[in-house]
Structure formats: structure tokens, C-alpha cells
Write a protein that binds this ligand. Structure first.
Ligand code: OOG
Ligand code: NI
Length: 460
């Protein structure tokens, strides 16, 4: 029987290759990685409790590996093939994000590993957007853009063969996997020669910077990578000292004792030389980002988060030039005092998801307990609960990241027009609902604990 490379391993090789390529292409990203790793080391050295918590829940090894990236695609065909490409690496589409709400003419999903084991092996995910040309009002420009996109091929012929092969064989051999990673990487590479004339670039750019970014190039260059930081406020503060220009505000919830969802910030995209039919020009697209993840929220928790964020932004709308950053961060902190900041409080109001696991006492008493339900087992110390980490994205935050890297001044307005059905048709699959997924993890972990402890129940 043929031995296939594990999809998690292929993903690890791929994310390592992407990281190496991006550091070479965007040196400031390497600097950011260095700041992040220094800050993470400092936090872990100063906080033994955090270190041991992370170790206990098997997350310590994930700290330095945690990354995501983002790409923007031009056509349904590109998206459908991207789904097949990521499937080879065990990445599935999770969540639907409508960015029109925030005046960005795309809708998106995140391709990511699903399940604790796969996430632990390597959590790399790719936020993937599809351009919505239908929202561009100039019909002639729309047609021209569609023609340019229809003529490009963003995958190498060998990459397409290997995707077919993975599907027909049910996997790739080690040698094929290495070849696949090298071929797939080509799709995400930066191309300094544009696909369009300087004049067309300008017209696309005038319609929306994002349209120019997607249509003008030979492929969907990876536009950022994102390591995980244990102290995002500190990294934000340190960036200017290292000659890196951060966006004005950290997106997401404020700093809290019990972090929720996702906080993220980025350095502003760099202007890069581009040749348009031999004519010199430039384009601004690529940047670096950092993220700090907290607990995944239930629909109730998410509704509270959304309401508090809206309330904050009604008070202070963060300005791109940083002129009201302090006022915004203060308003955010103040508004979010309405969101409980203890594990008990979060649990009492059913705001967040928890994973259940046996304690040492629980392991010592496996299969010996009778007549106690899950809550009683918890109260008596046989099991513990830990927040489930949020592995997805936030549309308002994503919009903030998009905007600060597309130029903040010329945001064109679009009417909100979510169209998940259309997206899924183009994708050729349904996206996984993130809330259902977290609920399943919580339910399964609780049931497994009860089964492991209960007398007469089949041990795992
Ligand atoms: C994607 C922005 C979204 C995030 O972290 O929310 C994103 C893009 O700019 O293409 O990566
Ligand atoms: Ni990002």
C-alpha cells in the first residue's frame, strides 16, 4: 500500500515555505517576526502561570507557529480551484464574511484546519477573498477587468496535475507533496510585472484600489502573513522604534484579563516598484500583521461583542491618521466594561465556549464515579474547563485591516449585499458554520469527560 504524506505535514511545509518566501520578499515582515518573538519570550519568562497553562492545554508549541495569511482572487474558477488546492493540505472553508458592509467589494472565507489535532499540528489558515466585479458601476471597466482576469492562469500546470492526482489517489506521496508545495507556492508569489498597462491600472485604481490589486497582476500575491503575539499592545508600541509604521488602532476587543475573540493590527503596506508594459510605476499591497487570540464566543456572546463595538464606534470613529487613537482605545475599554471579564461571568451568561478535560484527580478516578453529572464533576474538581480559542476572523476587523492597507482616504461606498449562496456556488462547497463547530467541540469534550469518569461507562 502506498504511504501518503499527512495533509497536516504538507500544510506545515507549505506555511514554512510561505514564511521564508515572504521574509525574503518583504524584509519588514522579518523585523516584525523578530519583535514578536522577543516580546513572546519576555511574556513567558515573566509569567510562569501563563507558561504552565499553555503547556497543560498543549498550546505552548503553537505559540511561535501560529500564522495566517490572506489572498484576493478574481474569478469563481480561481476560487473553486483554490478550495481543491487547500484541501490537499487539510484546509477547509470555514465562515462567510461579507466585506461590502465596510465598503470593500469582496466576500470571503477562511481556509483552515478543523479539529484540535490538526490545529495543534499546524494552525495555518488563509483568509481568502473573491472580488465582486458586479459591484463596480462602470460597465465598460467591469468588462475589461473580467477579460483580463479570464485570460490569466494563476496555477502552474504541474500544480493542477498534482491536485488532480491527490484527489484520484486519495493523497500525495512524500516526493509528490514536496513538489506540490513548491508548485503551489508559485501562485502566491509577487510579480513585479503587471498584467495591464499603466493607464488601465489607473482606471481600475480609481474604481477601487482593491480592484487594481486583484486585476492588475499575474496572480494573487500573498498580501500579509501574521504571527501570534502574547502582548499585542507591546508589539504595537515597539513597531515605530524599529522603523515600522503601524496602523492607527488595534482592531477587535480591548485588552482584558480574559481575552476574547481576536485582536489584530498591522504595519502599513509598503509601496513597491511595478512595471506596467515596461513603464515604471508602483503599487501598495503587502504588509505584515500580528494577532492575539482569545476565547471563541457563542452567538449570545458575539451579539454582545458586536453591540459594544458598534456603541464604541458611535462614540469615537477611529481616524486613519491616528489623531484620535487614545480616545478610541479609551472608549473601547470603557464600553466593554459591560462584557464580563471573569471565566465564571462568561460562563454564567453563556457568552463563550469551553473545552472540558480531566484533572489529575479525574484521571486517578477514571471509571469509578457514580451519580454525578458534568457540573458536579466540575465542582468537585474531577474535570476542568478552559476557554476554546477562537480560530476564525471578524468582518469589522478585517475591514479595518483592508482599509488601512488600501489607503484610507478614498473609501468608495457600497451597499451591503451579502450573498453567501453565490459565494458557495462559486466555491463549489458549503462553508462550515463556525458556531456549530465550536459547540460540537464543547459538547464532545464534556461527554468524553463524563464517559471517562463514570462507573460502568465504556472508557474512551
Ligand atoms: C484580508 C484582510 C483580512 C484579517 O486578519 O482580518 C485579514 C486582506 O487584506 O486581504 O487578513
Ligand atoms: Ni490578516
Amino acid at each position: 500500500m502506498t504511504q501518503f504524506a499527512h495533509p497536516d505535514d504538507i500544510r506545515s511545509r507549505f506555511s514554512a515555505a510561505m514564511s521564508a518566501m515572504y521574509r525574503t520578499e518583504v524584509p519588514a515582515y522579518g523585523t516584525l517576526m523578530q519583535i514578536v518573538s522577543d516580546v513572546n519570550d519576555g511574556v513567558l519568562a515573566a509569567n510562569a502561570q501563563l507558561r504552565s497553562d499553555l503547556e497543560q492545554t498543549d498550546q505552548l508549541s503553537r505559540i511561535s507557529e501560529e500564522r495566517h495569511g490572506a489572498i484576493r482572487l478574481g474569478t469563481p474558477q480561481e476560487l473553486a480551484t483554490m478550495r481543491r488546492l487547500f484541501a490537499v493540505m487539510g484546509m477547509q472553508p470555514v465562515g462567510y464574511y461579507d466585506l461590502t458592509e465596510a465598503s470593500v467589494p469582496v466576500h470571503s472565507t477562511a481556509f483552515r484546519p478543523v479539529g484540535e489535532d490538526a490545529l495543534r499540528r499546524n494552525p495555518f489558515r488563509v483568509f481568502t477573498s473573491l472580488l465582486r466585479l458586479d459591484l463596480i458601476s462602470d460597465a465598460a471597466l467591469r468588462d475589461t477587468a473580467a477579460k483580463v482576469l479570464a485570460e490569466r492562469q494563476i496555477y502552474t500546470p504541474r500544480c493542477l496535475e498534482l491536485i488532480d492526482l491527490a484527489e484520484s489517489q486519495g493523497g500525495l506521496t512524500e516526493a509528490q507533496a514536496d513538489e506540490f508545495v513548491a508548485e503551489a507556492l508559485e501562485t502566491f508569489r509577487w510579480h513585479p510585472e503587471a498584467n495591464v498597462s499603466a493607464d488601465l491600472y489607473q482606471r481600475l485604481h480609481d474604481a477601487h484600489r482593491l480592484v487594481a490589486d486583484v486585476v492588475s497582476f499575474k496572480g494573487p500575491h500573498i498580501n500579509h502573513l501574521t504571527p501570534r503575539t502574547l502582548d499585542i499592545d507591546r508589539v504595537q508600541e515597539l513597531m515605530p522604534e524599529h522603523g515600522i509604521d503601524p496602523k492607527a488602532v488595534i482592531e477587535g476587543p480591548p485588552r482584558r484579563a480574559f481575552p476574547i475573540l481576536l485582536r489584530q493590527t498591522s504595519f502599513k503596506a509598503l509601496s513597491e516598484a511595478v512595471s506596467f508594459d515596461g513603464k515604471d510605476g508602483s503599487h501598495t499591497a503587502r504588509f505584515g500583521e500580528i494577532e492575539a487570540r482569545g476565547q471563541a464566543l457563542t452567538p449570545v456572546g458575539r451579539a454582545l461583542y458586536d453591540a459594544l463595538l458598534t456603541k464604541t464606534r458611535e462614540k469615537v470613529r477611529p481616524a486613519a491618521d491616528g489623531s484620535n487613537t487614545d480616545a478610541y482605545m479609551a472608549a473601547l475599554q470603557e464600553t466593554f466594561t459591560a462584557f464580563p471579564d471573569t471565566l465564571e461571568g462568561i460562563r454564567e451568561d453563556s457568552l463563550g465556549y469551553f473545552e472540558w478535560s480531566l484533572t489529575d484527580k479525574g484521571r486517578a478516578n477514571a471509571g469509578q464515579i457514580a451519580g454525578l453529572d458534568a457540573e458536579q464533576l466540575l465542582a468537585q474538581g474531577y474535570v476542568r474547563i478552559d476557554p476554546i480559542v477562537y480560530e476564525d476572523f471578524l468582518p469589522v476587523s478585517a475591514a479595518g485591516i483592508f482599509q488601512s492597507n488600501l489607503g484610507d482616504d478614498d473609501a468608495q461606498e457600497f451597499a451591503a449585499s451579502p450573498n453567501q449562496q453565490r459565494f458557495e456556488t462559486d466555491l463549489g462547497a458549503k462553508v462550515l458554520n463556525e458556531f456549530d463547530h465550536y459547540q460540537q467541540i464543547e459538547d464532545a469534550s464534556r461527554a468524553a469527560c463524563v464517559a471517562a469518569l463514570t462507573k460502568g461507562a465504556a472508557a474512551e
